[in-house]
Every structure is written in C-alpha cells, then in structure tokens.
Design a protein around this ligand. Sequence first.
Ligand code: NAG
Ligand code: NAG
Ligand code: NAG
Ligand code: NAG
Ligand code: NAG
Length: 506
Amino acid sequence: MRLWQTFWSCVVLLNAAVQDVNSLEQELSGSILGNFLDPLKDLLDHRANDTNATIARFSLRKQSHPEDDLCYIVPGKPESLAACTFNSTSKTILVIHGWTLSGMFESWLPKLVSALYEREQTANVIVVDWLESAQNHYVLAAQKTQVVGQEIARFIDWIEETTNMPLQNIHLIGYSLGAHVAGFAGSHATNKVGRITGLDPAGPDFEGEHAHRRLSPDDAHFVDVLHTFTRGSLGLSIGIQQPVGHVDIYPNGGGFQPGCNLRGALEKIANFGIFAITDAVKCEHERSIHLFIDSLLNKQEVAKAYQCGSNEVFDRGMCLSCRKRRCNTVGYDISKVRRARNVQLYTKTRSAMPFRVYHYQLKIHFSSKLNISEMEPSLTVSLYGTKAEAENMELKLNDKIMTNKTHSFLLVTEKDIGDLLMLKFKWEKTNGWSAANMLKMVSSWWTGDSDGANMEVHKIRIRAGETQQKMVFCVKDSDTPNLKHEVTFVKCKDAWRTNSKRAPRR
Ligand SMILES: *[C@@H]1O[C@H](CO)[C@@H](O)[C@H](O)[C@H]1NC(C)=O
Ligand SMILES: *[C@@H]1O[C@H](CO)[C@@H](O)[C@H](O)[C@H]1NC(C)=O
Ligand SMILES: *[C@@H]1O[C@H](CO)[C@@H](O)[C@H](O)[C@H]1NC(C)=O
Ligand SMILES: *[C@@H]1O[C@H](CO)[C@@H](O)[C@H](O)[C@H]1NC(C)=O
Ligand SMILES: *[C@@H]1O[C@H](CO)[C@@H](O)[C@H](O)[C@H]1NC(C)=O
C-alpha cells in the first residue's frame, strides 16, 4: 500500500509540477523577458559591442590544485600555452559547466578534474569558464550556449593550428547546458573533435529541437550521453529525454536515482517551478557527473549497461545479453560503438559510489492444476554464491502472476556474490489490503488454502549480465516444488546437457 500511495502522490505532484511549469513559462515569456529585462538591455547591448568581453575563459588546472584557476590559456597568445605547461602530445579534456544560480563553480567541478587527472596524469584538463553567461536566467543562459560554443570552437581551431594536435585527442565533457555548449563547440570547430560526453544534457528549450540546435551525434566522432533526470512531460524535464548521442545510457531508466529524494525533488519543482534547481533536484541531475567520476576512479568496478528497447522491457530482465556488442561500459571507458541508428542502453545502480550492481535475469515458470488469476504475491529470492550471499531480495512484479506461464524478472545485487551455487525462493501473500485481496485472504483462511499451496515452480533459469553465464536451477532433491514453503534450488544435475550445445565450439 505504501508503494501505491507513493505512486499516487508522485502522479499528483508531477501534474502539479507540469501545471506550474506551464504558468512559469508564460510568466517567463511575459513579465520576465518583457519588463524585467528592459533595464538590463543597454548593458547587454554594450557587452555585445565590446569585442573583448569574456565569453569563455580557458583555465588549465593542475593535478595538485584541482580547485584553483592558476593559469589561463588565451587564444592568440601562444606563450600562454607554454606558461601553463600545456602538453600538446597528450589528451586535452575540456570540462564545461552548466547553468548556475550562484555564478560560481559547483562542488563537483574540482572532483571531476581530480578524477580525470587520476586516470590521465599527463592530460591537459581545461575548465571552460562561461559563468558570466551561465548565471543569466535559464532561458537566456540557454540562448547563450551557441555563442559560447562558437567561442570554444575558435579556441579548438587555434589549439589545432598552433600545436598541430590531432583533434582525435580532444574530449569535451559538458554537464546540463554545458552539454549543448559542447555540441555547438563541436559543430563549429573546423575539424571534428574525438569525443563529446554529455552529462544529463539540459532538456528545456532543447528537447525535440533540430540536431543543429542541440547536442547531436554529428558534433564529434563519438558522442556518449548519460541521462539521469528525465522525468516530466511535454519536453519539460530537466534532463533531455530523447537520445542525442551515438550511445545514450539511461541509468535506472533515466528517472528516479537511488539515494536521491525523489519526493523532495518533485515537491520543489511543484512549488518553485522546473528551474528551481535545489539540492533535491540537483542530486539526480548531478548523478550523471558522479557516475562518470566513479568510472574514472573505480576502473576495476566499472558498471555495465545493456541495450534495450525500453526501460520497461529492461525491468523484466530481458536485455542482459552482450552478444553483438549489445552491452557497454558506463562512463569513461565506454566502447566507441557507432551505428547508423542511436543505441540506447540501460543499467541499474547503487545509491552511492561505487555505483555498479550485478544484474540477473530470472525466468520462472509457475504451474498449477488450478487456474488462479489475479495473483500479486510478494516473491523473495536469496542468492548464495562462491563469494557472498544476497538474501531476501524482493522480485519486482511487472504483471500479475499467471498459471502455467513463464515470467521474467530482473534482480540486482549490490555485492559480487561470485558464481551462483544455490538460491531460495519464497512466495508470500501480499499485505495489500485491497478488497479483492481481503476477500481472497478470508476465503483462503476459511478453506485453509493459499495460492502458494497450489502453485509449483520446478526450475529457475538464470542469466547473469556481468558474467554472461547462463544457468538452470532445479528444486533440491529433498524439497518439494510446492511454494507453500520456501523452496531451495540448486544447479540442475543435468545442466551439462543444456550447456553442452555450445561446448564443442571452443
Ligand atoms: C552596439 O552596436 C550597434 C550596432 O553595431 C549599435 O547600434 C549600438 O548603438 C551599439 N551599442 C552601444 C552601447 O554602443
Ligand atoms: C581589446 O584587445 C586588444 C588587443 O588585446 C586591445 O588592444 C584593445 O585595447 C582591447 N579593447 C578593449 C575595449 O578592451
Ligand atoms: C606529455 O605527454 C606525453 C604523453 O601523453 C608524455 O609521454 C610526456 O612525458 C608529457 N610531457 C611532459 C612534459 O609532461
Ligand atoms: C498447467 O499445466 C499442467 C501440465 O501441463 C496441467 O496439468 C494443468 O492442468 C495446467 N493448469 C491449467 C490451469 O491450465
Ligand atoms: C484462466 O483464467 C483466465 C482469467 O480468469 C482465463 O482468461 C483463462 O482462459 C483461464 N485458463 C484456463 C486454462 O482455464
């Protein structure tokens, strides 16, 4: 019931949020852009004529001082390259921030710089400072992304001319509005840069726009994108929902991120409009950055993402195959898969770093002599492996359980349990107090019967995403397949038969 309640309050909040956003938009186009900006107009015009006005500054940060801007590279001044000890034979990574209220760099920025140096010691990590434009009202800041991108493109062209650096070595990393800035930089640069990573590219004013007016696969040899805050409707989600790269990864469906306060975020949006970027909202938007930082720092524990038609299908565990490069690595070490059509990948994560989890698909056939319908039991599974166990995990029911039908589930564990040896499966009536459930419970109580007593499971087929192992588990000899009790499953004795088909190929 709690889940149900949460769901409804979310729907209500979302509706409220959308309504609020609509009125906010009107307000924006009306009062804010109209009256409020008038006094600023002269100032803006003046700035526009001042050809030396800083649109963007390029600070080469040092590994020893990831939070300080100690040396700026100035296009047109080759001596600034030497002064900042720019290494023209190594990778150059431009970090591009997003919209800001405070006019200051956010706390993630030095963390990302640090993590980049952790991995690429000789790299030139350059922070692009476009704070002056980014602290405008969102709508204005969004308009500025193109000009800032052009400025960065000129910088890239100049670097290429001056140092003969191959552009394959240039990697732009842009967060939120900064992702679109990176897109404009890439599209305006004379030659194509190697890679652009979009970290939850901003949605408002970019969703549904033509590829020329937002980040797109045309902007670099390889464009990879992480989407972490794509809730909302009518193109008014904070992160862009549509795929905009060669590979787009939607961790946790691109929606709710574990460890972030979803309700808090939606309430803030409902009360203050979609641009009220508070901590609650920022947690999910910024998760994209922390996933990327994680991939830099925890190379041994990289998360995998799997190609899938939709998050709903992924949630049924049906997309854990890595055949034909259908899975990829999340973050920095992603394989540069470039297909004619965009590739969308999904993954689950933990609530904190390291974010990786282990994905399993469970295929379970429920059989019974009785045709029982409308079953929504609570199913719990415990996995026992060579390294650890993960106990009492609830299987998410996507449909009602049907008699004589195979159901597929996605299960994730936070720890690496090693090779799976045994599993336990439990069927329990839900605590849901719906009228139908009440009636069923009362009647089964009177007859001394329960769904579980009629239902049997003989085999459970498992595919492990991270190891790509496929296994079949059978009811342990001493056990009965009857789900009245917790049933223990071990590897089927004849499992070698199911696996032998492939063995001779090796
Ligand atoms: C800026 O330039 C435009 C056209 O070049 C001119 O009309 C305008 O008066 C200038 N504004 C200022 C403040 O100099
Ligand atoms: C712009 O920069 C040039 C060369 O760096 C300088 O000569 C000129 O005085 C500057 N103009 C303004 C308005 O600062
Ligand atoms: C520049 O980078 C290259 C490789 O990326 C490295 O071998 C070289 O030592 C670096 N030079 C300096 C001065 O750090
Ligand atoms: C389910 O399948 C079993 C075995 O094929 C059969 O005996 C049983 O009647 C079926 N149950 C229903 C409800 O169709
Ligand atoms: C089982 O019940 C469902 C719904 O009550 C019905 O659609 C289905 O035809 C029934 N199947 C059998 C084998 O009786």
